[in-house]
Ligand binder design. Sequence first.
Ligand code: ADP
Ligand code: MG
Length: 762
Amino acid sequence: MTISITLTTALVDLHQLGVARVGPITSRKLALALAGLRGKRKLEDVRIEDLLNYLPMRYEDRSNLTTIRDLRPGLEASLELSVKVAGGFQVGKKRVFGNPKLFKYEVSATDPARTGRPVLVWWFVSGTHARDILNYYNKRFIRGARFITFGRWDWDDRRGTFALQLHKPADELEMLTAQESGSESLQTVEEDEVADDLEGEPDQALARIHVGRTVPVYRKLGDFSSKRLREIIHGVLAAIADKDLSETLPADLRERQGIIERARAFREIHFPPSEAKLAQYAEQRSPAQIRFIFEEFFWLAFRLLMKRGQRVKDEKGAVIRIDQAIKMSIAAVMPFKLTKAQRRVVVTIFKDLQSNAPMNRLLQGDVGSGKTIVALIAMLAVMENGYQTALMAPTEILAEQHARNIKRLLAKTSYRVELLTGSLKASEKRRLRSDLSTGEIDAIIGTHALIQESVAFKRLGLVVIDEQHRFGVLQRAELRTRGLNPDVLVLTATPIPRSLAMTVYGDLDVSVIDELPPGRTPVDTKVFGEDRRQEVKRLIHREVKNGQQVYVVYPLVEESEKMDLMAATKRYEYLREHVFPRLKIGLLHGKMKPTEKEEVMRGFVSGSIQILVSTTVIEVGVDVPNASVMIVEHAERFGLSQLHQLRGRVGRGAEKSYCILLTSDKKTSIAEERLGIMSQTTDGFVIAEKDLELRGPGELLGTRQSGLPELRLASLIRDQDILGRARQEAEFYLSSREKSDATTRMIKQVEADARFELAGVG
Ligand code: ADP
Ligand code: MG
């Protein structure tokens, strides 16, 4: 009796479904392997869909196998071969302590039509079980055994024939003859497994799955070889009806976007049709792959937008009123005329503040684009309404700078602005906390320790989070759990390509300041080796003589902060005593007391310190417009965004500025590439995109913190165009006021999935 297969059928039941050569043990083993991979706790929760989502790592064109005659050195090709002789022998020295013996396993084989001299296929075998492994191979590679192998063929001069080295024989070689058991493993084959092998179709029919066509190549899964997986998945796809490969995207969407049906996509992603172009597959651009990439993005966007829709229902405590009088009093403290971009953003933020849904806005703007003043305007509007505001910065130095500037700008107003950082005396912290809870403090500025150490507000209206988009999401959640629902504005100078930001921060609104304040000249960036230090010294002298100031920054060199400190301190002393004895040099690092830091920063701001030697504590946000030179030591050790941040410390005034990236000779090629990009562009968006490419989105966006799911097939970099289209479609369905039947169905589906996932967790 056979039951019909659907995507939700439990994989442990696969043997009941009439798939060739699959018995109960195979089903269980398969479910077990996939359970581990998908993080499912119960074996019964592993579905047919999980198996079909185990996608090929590549495809091999076996419709026309190469022959020995056609081999050329360097050619990548598949060959069908039959064994002449095979065997393993030890290479290298005797066993050294901790180093197991190394063997070479060599197979001499010829193609069926004997078109040339026998070729060599070989690989290394090592490890404590090397002897057993060699025995296992000897049993399989008997004379006449047929196999297919794929790889890059090279000419072996000494042996006078073509040779192919395999790195992962299990992935790169497949036996065609019946000697092979269902399992590639070295464990003894269980009896049931043998039974599995004997039932079902004869070997001949199975062989047609593996040759004479384009075949999928899978990464080994548990004990399952690529070949075995190909057979099983082929069997499942043959047994399942199109209608049971259930469609998740509406037909009209598919038509608009030219997206193929899910059933066809499942079939073609595993077994490309004969006319398929393999180059397209390699670039993830076959119709089947595009379909799944679209699907992933669509549901991601749909979920995020749904979440955003729910958010609107939250009511915030403070609806802000903004009238002419309030605008006038804000204008009274403005030190300069806003740029067009700044004004545009202010208008948007005012709208948010006046709405009765809480603001969740991400403000992106390149370094030096003037985000702080925009945040201050928002804070003022909120304070004018009698609510408190909080500004959180990533470092104490930055918090201190914000406090200094804001206190100065608001000196003539009646607002009380205070600085609260982790390193204040306990008694001072207590006093500030109490004044916050009674509402005597209007604006509190500090590091994020500010909210970690549960501060109570009397009536908190707005939280600004500076330079911390990674944690912005988290902190918002944290505030929420404490029963606070203020407006939130997150500032970031790590510009993220817009489509990406929309996805990752799907429940945040995004604004961009895409214009720098007037009078800036681009920073002149140079990458120098050690041999150009004299030039650097002359540049520093010249700039200081002209009344400008200089940063010298040291990277995190050692694992320990202490060691870094020593390096920076030593350099500082050396520069002070030997290089620039007549100039005023200051030292700044994270371990200094707040008062000491404050003093040094004040000295640098006032110009009494001409050269500031620093660790990376000044990386983010520090604003001293008179500084015109940024020297970065060991620049090769910094990431792109970090370098961009550092460079952003200069070029803030009208004077021409310089950024010198000093490097040692030991650069990696990635470091070289980074430095090259830095000297070519000052555009933060271009740099962010490159950074994304070089480092991957996880690190840049902190995706784990933001709860972004792993994408299986889709790439946030490669597939931005598809992402944009998917998002548009999600918006289309969710924005229609009268929810269509299709939308209602999709919402139900997402909610059901969420329940399913939660059930899995609980
Ligand atoms: P960031 O966006 O990197 O945080 P800041 O807010 O620190 O940049 O601003 C950089 C510098 O530009 C500051 O010195 C600030 O006073 C100045 N600035 C900001 N906006 C303007 C403007 N509209 N006109 C002139 N200077 C401005
Ligand atoms: Mg800033």
